[in-house]
Every structure is written in structure tokens, then in C-alpha cells.
Design a protein around this ligand. Structure first.
Ligand code: FES
Length: 105
């Protein structure tokens, strides 16, 4: 099966989901988005794009590394400035995630 353009752009591809998971609406860099209840912030982001943030020390981008809360590679910010460790934080309805400003705060 050929990948859709969204699947080509995303780091993660959801192949299956547990039944009964409710959709959750959120925003990422100002764009409306949707994921499923029980997804982490990191999962929700990487189902849409290849990276989660710009790296503070170079022009490269980061996608998380350990996915278990140990490496500190996945910090992003919410629009109100609160930092969020993406791999250990469950996505909540209405979250407004900013991947572009995380190195500037
Ligand atoms: S990916 Fe390592 S702490 Fe989140």
C-alpha cells in the first residue's frame, strides 16, 4: 500500500489503536490537530511530523530519543509558556503545543 503524503511527512504511523479511544482536539504551532485519548504529547506530534522541536544548540531538529522520560530530548512548550516533557505527558483536549519556540524561552 502506498503511503499518503501525511504518512510520508510523519515520524510515526498508527497501524492500530485500541477500540474506544476518544478523539482529542489540540493545536500544534497554531494548526488544528487531532489524536486519540491515551496518546502522549510526543506521539501526537510525531503522528503529524518528523520532529518535535528545534535543537537549542544548532539548527537541527529533535525527535526525542529514549521515549521513557530519561534523556530530556523531548521538551516542548505550550502556548502559555509551560514546558512539557512530551514523552511522559498525556495529550489533553485543547493543548496548544509550540514546537518552534521551545528553544527561545
Ligand atoms: S524522549 Fe527522552 S525524555 Fe522524552
Amino acid at each position: 500500500m502506498e503511503k499518503t503524503s501525511a504518512e510520508k511527512k510523519a515520524q510515526f504511523v498508527r497501524k492500530a489503536a485500541l477500540a474506544g479511544r476518544e478523539p482529542i482536539a489540540f493545536r500544534i504551532d497554531g494548526a488544528e490537530a487531532q489524536s486519540l485519548a491515551g496518546d502522549t504529547v510526543l506521539t501526537a506530534i510525531l503522528l503529524r511530523q518528523r520532529t518535535i522541536r528545534k535543537f537549542e544548540f544548532s539548527s537541527t531538529h529533535r525527535s526525542g530519543f529514549c521515549l521513557i522520560g530519561a534523556c530530556q530530548d523531548c521538551w516542548v512548550h505550550l502556548a502559555d509558556g509551560r514546558p512539557v516533557q512530551a514523552c511522559t505527558t498525556l495529550l489533553e483536549t485543547g493543548m496548544d503545543i509550540c514546537t518552534e519556540m521551545s528553544h527561545e524561552l
